[in-house]
Design a protein around this ligand. Structure first.
Ligand code: C2E
Ligand code: MG
Ligand code: MG
Length: 702
């Protein structure tokens, strides 16, 4: 055991010696003693530390009486202090005890051999007291600073303590609340019944067991305000195991509950429009199906898709797009009954679940009404926008027995509404389904075809009508289907465009055409221009230019041998962008042709500004050329236009001698059609090219 250090403070050396004597010779181990003569010295020594107990004569040369004690105590309240006194000044020592001194030692006992033991006891007790103090302080600070409300009561359920959070939540201060019954301070009601709830403290004290509070408890504040809380209560026992009171801890769960509600809402609603999302729609739809089944009522699923929304989003920006969607959501909601569900699936797709008692005839009216409401101009951030919508409708039970099928079939019908010219609605029918299945099969087949290299190019010659020579060929894709043999583009190009597969397919076509050109070149064939069809989707693809450039580079084909055929529609969609792309292509040295010319609605003034080399007159106009005069007007007009813009004109689909003669007479530059040859495999074309250019295709032309 470490020796205790006693600080003796006295101006009287005799007294000091007397006290030191028993301490130094103490039986249970000597004390270390330190001696100072005045208060100033004492305070210095105390500050230096390591003093276990102080013995002080209150009457010193620099301080007297209670003041001496107070100065020491203030400096080190944790060090026990005993005073030294004689009969005359005992009163001062008694006062010191009242101020916190541990006791006093009278002069007659200074040398008593029991003093060391007494001092040891005092030191020990003071240490325990200190530990308790620290413990209590820790508990106090904890209670004052935690975010939970804490209150305690005595065994009679009267309040003994509130922490600051409990004060805030009940509206009572600790002092006001102390001694009052808990029922008055901590008023609880049941959130469902709004009846007073049983106070947890009574139960805890009666049962001597911890208790978690019932769910949905509401605390009524002193001012009547209410807050949902969560809480628990526990009994307090004394050392004999008797309950002396209880502690309740509780917390305000307003925010937690609000957050939980918000999360639940977010999970089932679209963040932008606040409408139910797919999840909630499915739920409602399933409920509606169950109801309709039981009561024999009708329901319809309207699948809506805005026409050209993507274009608005791209050109005016996403914030305008978002505004538009919110506006559409509002209009939709206002057009249907409260009991109907309007939901947004994402993007510009909305689904409305419409309920009817018996009358299916009402559904078309509702659809009309929605179309009209959505077509009215939208005024958004200074823009007046006109959007139309296409709607597909499926009916329960006719078009599906479950939510998923109904939505899928409404989607299919919507697709047909789009095909039908947009801004209209279509009811689902089973033929649509068959077509949808066929499309899907084609799409799956195309993916495999890309992977397994099932595409080949056939080449159809183009003939110069003046010289009769073959000038070039159009590369036309063929799908060598493992089961169906050669499949023509009309059976799969549309699906390829819709599914986006036209982009990889177009790239394959370009590649094959370039490779073939290279091969012919290596075989020493005279130069021939090969044209490749490019769909609008490919043309607008960001990587298009880069892809063309790369293919040319990698195959080493001279760019002027490659011609790209584009339709008017592809070019007119975004004229500025198209012009820029065309310029780049021209700069690379390629030729540009407008395919199916005359079938689009191009503005001639724009057309004249585009860098175009060739106009291909659509077959339908060539077909119209018959013996009767007048039928070839369009053809002759296009020929005239082409020559005035110094573009070459090719007539497509030339099948008869009569057509050829007409074209020749009107100075059409070139022709392409079955009269010369259908499209054929590359080898055959090579042969055709050599013989034709040696002898002339063109016995025909005489
Ligand atoms: P297009 O570009 O107008 O091609 C001309 C089409 O007319 C070809 O049909 C050709 O075989 C056919 N044709 C040629 N001469 C005659 C004739 O005298 N009489 C008749 N009745 N038809 C004739 P094909 O090969 O079936 O291609 C159809 C369409 O598919 C093409 O029309 C083109 O728009 C598209 N296409 C073909 N290959 C590709 C391709 O590689 N990429 C893209 N994007 N589209 C392609
Ligand atoms: Mg073409
Ligand atoms: Mg054409």
């Amino acid at each position: 055991m470490e020796a205790n250090t006693v600080l003796i403070i006295t101006g009287n050396d005799e007294d000091a010696l007397m006290i030191e004597e028993p301490l130094k010779t103490a039986r249970d181990g000597p004390f270390i003693t330190d001696r100072v003569h005045d208060l100033a010295g004492a305070l210095d020594r105390l500050r230096a530390g390591d003093i276990d107990i102080v013995l002080v004569d209150l009457f010193l040369k620099d301080s007297e009486g209670g003041a001496t004690f107070d100065a020491l105590f203030q400096l080190k309240p944790s060090v026990p202090i005993m005073t030294l006194c004689d009969e005359e000044n005992e009163a001062a020592s008694i006062e010191a005890v009242q101020h916190g001194a541990q006791g006093y030692l009278s002069k007659g006992y200074f040398s008593n051999t029991l003093v060391p033991q007494a001092l040891r006891n005092i030191i020990q007790r003071k240490k325990i007291e200190e530990a308790l103090y620290v413990e209590k302080e820790r508990a106090r600070v904890t209670l004052e600073s935690i975010g939970d409300g804490v209150l305690s009561t005595d065994v009679h359920c009267n309040i003994t303590y509130l922490n600051p959070e409990a004060e805030r939540m009940t509206g009572w201060t600790r002092d006001e609340a102390r001694g009052r019954p808990i029922a008055e301070i901590f008023r609880l009601i049941n959130g469902d019944t709004r009846q007073p709830a049983r106070n947890p403290v009574e139960a805890v004290i009666a049962d001597k067991k911890n208790l978690a509070l019932q769910a949905r408890s509401i605390l009524v504040r002193r001012d009547g305000e209410e807050a949902p809380i969560e809480d628990s209560a526990a009994p307090i026992f004394d050392r004999n195991g008797e309950v002396t009171g209880a502690v309740v801890t509780f917390r305000d769960v307003t925010e937690t509950q609000a957050m939980a509600r918000k999360m639940a809402h977010l999970a089932e609603h679209d963040y932008l429009t606040g409408l139910p999302n797919r999840l909630l729609l499915n739920d409602r739809l399933s409920q509606a199906i169950a109801y309709a089944t039981r009561h024999g009522t009708k329901l319809a699923v309207f699948f809506l898709d805005l026409d050209n929304f993507k274009h608005i989003n791209d050109s005016l920006g996403h914030s305008v797009g978002d505004e538009l969607l919110s506006g559409v959501a509002k209009r939709l909601t206002s057009q249907v009954r409260h009991s109907d569900t309007v939901s947004r699936l994402g993007g510009d797709e909305f689904v409305v679940l419409v309920l009817e008692d018996t009358d299916v005839e009402h559904f078309p009216f509702t659809a009309e009404k929605i179309l009209r409401a959505l077509a009215a101009p939208h005024h958004l951030s200074g823009n007046e926008l006109h959007v139309t919508t296409s709607i597909g409708i499926s009916l329960f039970p006719d078009d599906g027995a479950d939510a998923e099928t109904l939505v899928k079939n409404a989607d299919i019908a919507m697709y047909h509404a789009k095909k039908n010219g947009r801004n209209n609605f279509q009811f689902f029918n089973n033929r649509m389904n068959a077509r949808a299945v066929a499309r899907q099969t084609t799409e799956i087949g195309l993916r495999r075809a890309i992977e397994c290299n099932e595409f080949v190019l056939h080449y159809q010659p183009k003939v110069d009508l003046e010289s009769g020579k073959v000038t070039g060929a159009e590369a036309l894709i063929r799908w060598q289907h493992p089961q169906h043999g050669i499949v023509l583009p009309e059976s799969f190009i549309a699906v390829a465009v819709d599914s986006g597969l036209i982009i990889p397919i177009g790239s394959i076509v370009l590649r094959k055409a370039c490779e073939q050109l290279k091969k012919w070149q290596e075989e020493g064939m005279a130069p021939v221009v090969v044209s490749v069809n490019v769909s609008a989707l490919e043309f607008r693809d960001k990587r298009f230019l880069e892809n063309v450039r790369r293919q040319l580079q990698e195959t080493g084909v001279a760019p002027h041998l490659l011609q790209l055929e584009l339709t008017e529609a592809a070019l007119m969609r975004n004229i500025e962008a198209s012009t820029a792309i065309l310029r780049e292509l021209k700069q690379m040295g390629m030729q540009i042709a407008i395919d199916d010319f005359g079938t689009g609605y191009s503005s001639l003034s724009y057309l004249s500004r585009l860098p175009i080399d060739v106009l291909k007159i659509d077959q339908s106009f060539v077909k119209a050329i018959t013996g009767k005069s007048g039928n070839g007007v369009i053809v002759s007009a296009v020929i005239g236009m082409g020559s005035s813009l110094s573009q070459r004109v090719i007539a497509e689909g030339v099948e008869t001698k009569e057509q050829l003669d007409f074209l020749h007479t009107h100075h059409c530059d070139e022709g392409q059609g079955h009269l010369f040859s259908a499209a054929m495999p590359a080898d055959e074309f090579g042969q055709f090219f050599r013989t034709a250019n040696a002898t002339g295709v063109t016995g025909l032309l005489q």
